[in-house]
Design a protein around this ligand. Structure first.
Ligand code: MN
Ligand code: MN
Length: 456
C-alpha cells in the first residue's frame, strides 16, 4: 500500500545501474575541464563559444538572416551568451528555453585599488554577490580580468591557476591574539574593508622613492602588461579561488570546485543542446551574467536582449512574438541548497533536496512569504513531471531551507514576467557560495538528462 501512496525520493545509485555511474564519471571529467576554463563569466563565455563552434554554431548579430535549421550564438559583450537552435516546427508553438547564469561570487578590485601599507602592497576590493567573508581569508587566489588601457588596447589577465604562477592572498589574524575578534558574531567579525588582496612585499631599487613596494608592483605590471595605475579605472579584475576542480571522497562520487553555482547547470544545458540535433523545436540556451547581484545591467537576465533575440527569430520565421512568448516553456536552471546534516536545523528535512537524489525542482525560491519569487503553477510542474516520467529522468522536489531563515533568488521571475512558463530546476549544492562548493556526479548527469528530455 505504502509503495503506491507515498512519495519517496529515489537515490540515483539505488535506482539506476552501474552503467549510469560509469556515465556520470565520464561526464564529470568533461565538466571539470569546462569548469577549470570558466572561472569568471568572461572565461565561461570564451569556453562555451569554443564548444558551440565545435558543434557547428556560428556567430549571430542583429540584422543577419535567420532560417530554420540554423545554429547560432549571440555573444553579448563577452559576458553573457545566447545559443539558439532554430527548429523546423511552427515557431508559434513557442521555444524551449534553458537559462542558467555563469557569474559566481568573488572579490572584485575597486577602481583605485593599489596601495602600500606595513611593508606590503595590497589591492582594495568590493565583494561581488553573497559571501560569508571569513571563508575568503588565508586562501590561494587567482586574478582574472580585463583591463582597457588608455590607448584602447585590451589586456586580459589570468594569473594564479597555472602551477608555475604565483597566487594572491587575503590575510587573517592568528588565533593567538584574536580574542576580541572571536567574541564577535560571525557576520561582523570580518570587515569587508579588510578583504584586501596581497600583491607583493619587495621594495623597488630606487632608495628615494616613496611607496617602494607599490612602485615595484606597478613596475612589474607595466613590464608584463604595459599598464599604469590609471588603467585600473577601466578594468574588471576579479580575485577567485586558485586551483582546479577535484574529486571528493574515497569513492570519488563528488566534485569540489569554485563556481558550481551556476556552471553546474550551464554545462548540462550546453551538452543537452548539443545532443538535441534531431529535435524540431526551437531551443534557446541562455548563459546569463550578474545573477548574483540581481540580474542587473545589460548582460543580466533583466536585459531586453533576451526578448530581442526571441523577436528576431520569430520575425525571421514569420511568427508572432506574442504567440511565441505565450507558448514558450523555460527551465530556470539554477542550483539549490543540498541538505547538509551538519547544519540540519537550517533545513526543513521534509522539503529539502538530498545529495544523489537527482536534479532538483524548486516551485518557489525567494524569502519570507514567497516574496520575490516566481511561484511556478501546478499545471506547469505537472507537465514537467509527465515529461520526466516518460523519459526516465530522476528528479526531486525541494526548496532552499527552513522558513524565514533567509532565502535566495534566481533568474526565473525575470523570464516569467515575459509571459513565459518557468520553473527552477538545478543541481543541489553543498556549501553554496563558498570558495569551494561540492556537487554530486550523478546529480549533474541527471540535470543533463532532464535538460535533454526538455529539448526533445
Ligand atoms: Mn545561482
Ligand atoms: Mn548564487
Amino acid at each position: 500500500m505504502e509503495n503506491n501512496l507515498f512519495y519517496k525520493k529515489s537515490n540515483v545509485y539505488e535506482t539506476l545501474g552501474e552503467d549510469f555511474t560509469k556515465e556520470a564519471n565520464v561526464y564529470g571529467e568533461g565538466y571539470k575541464t569546462f569548469l577549470d576554463a570558466s572561472k569568471t563569466e568572461r572565461d565561461c563565455v570564451r569556453t562555451s563559444i569554443e564548444l558551440a563552434k565545435a558543434h557547428g554554431y556560428v556567430e549571430y548579430d542583429f540584422g543577419m538572416e535567420i532560417k530554420a535549421g540554423d545554429k547560432l550564438y549571440y555573444n553579448n559583450r563577452g559576458r553573457s551568451l545566447y545559443l539558439i537552435k532554430v527548429g523546423t516546427e511552427n515557431i508559434n508553438n513557442g521555444m524551449r528555453i534553458i537559462a542558467s547564469h555563469i557569474d559566481t561570487p568573488r572579490i572584485d578590485f575597486k577602481q583605485m585599488p593599489i596601495y602600500e601599507d606595513g611593508g606590503f602592497c595590497f589591492a582594495k576590493t568590493r565583494y561581488y554577490g553573497g559571501i560569508r567573508k571569513y571563508q575568503w581569508l588565508a586562501l590561494p587566489l587567482a586574478l582574472h580580468g580585463t583591463i582597457i588601457r588608455k590607448d584602447g588596447e585590451v589586456v586580459n589577465i589570468s594569473i594564479g591557476d597555472d602551477e608555475s604562477d604565483p597566487v594572491f592572498y587575503i590575510t587573517d589574524l592568528l588565533p593567538h591574539i584574536a580574542q576580541d575578534y572571536n567574541s564577535k558574531p560571525l557576520g561582523q567579525a570580518i570587515s569587508a574593508e579588510n578583504l584586501n588582496v596581497l600583491l607583493g612585499s619587495m621594495p623597488c631599487a630606487d632608495k628615494d622613492a616613496d611607496n617602494k613596494i607599490k612602485t615595484n608592483v606597478l613596475t612589474m605590471l607595466n613590464e608584463k602588461y604595459g599598464i599604469v595605475e590609471e588603467d585600473f579605472l577601466s578594468a574588471d579584475i576579479f580575485a577567485v579561488p586558485a586551483g582546479r576542480a577535484r574529486d571528493v571522497g574515497f569513492d570519488r562520487s563528488l566534485i569540489s570546485a569554485y563556481g558550481h553555482d551556476d556552471k553546474v547547470c550551464a554545462y548540462p544545458s550546453l551538452t543537452a543542446l548539443f545532443e538535441s540535433e534531431a529535435s524540431e523545436k526551437t531551443i534557446m540556451v541562455v548563459l546569463a551574467d550578474k545573477e548574483e547581484i540581481g540580474s542587473e545591467g545589460n548582460t543580466g537576465m533583466k536585459c531586453e536582449v533576451f526578448t530581442d533575440l526571441m523577436g528576431a527569430v520569430t520575425d525571421a520565421l514569420g511568427g508572432s512574438i506574442y504567440a511565441v512568448k505565450a507558448h514558450s516553456k523555460c527551465l530556470s536552471a539554477d542550483v539549490t541548497a543540498c541538505f547538509d546534516p551538519n547544519y540540519g536545523e537550517a533545513f526543513d528535512r521534509r522539503n529539502a533536496t538530498y545529495i544523489n537524489c537527482g536534479v532538483a525542482m524548486s516551485k518557489y525560491t525567494g524569502h519570507g512569504g514567497k516574496s520575490s519569487t516566481n511561484d511556478a503553477p501546478a499545471e506547469y510542474i505537472g507537465w514537467i513531471r509527465k515529461l520526466f516520467a516518460e523519459n526516465g529522468v530522476i528528479w526531486q522536489a525541494g526548496d532552499m531551507g527552513r522558513n524565514d531563515l533567509g532565502g535566495g533568488g534566481t533568474v526565473a521571475k525575470f523570464i516569467a514576467q515575459h509571459n513565459i512558463e518557468t520553473v527552477d530546476l538545478g543541481v543541489p549544492v553543498i556549501s553554496m557560495h563558498a570558495p569551494y562548493e561540492v556537487i554530486s556526479k550523478v546529480d549533474i548527469l541527471c540535470a543533463h538528462k532532464a535538460f535533454a528530455a526538455f529539448c526533445k
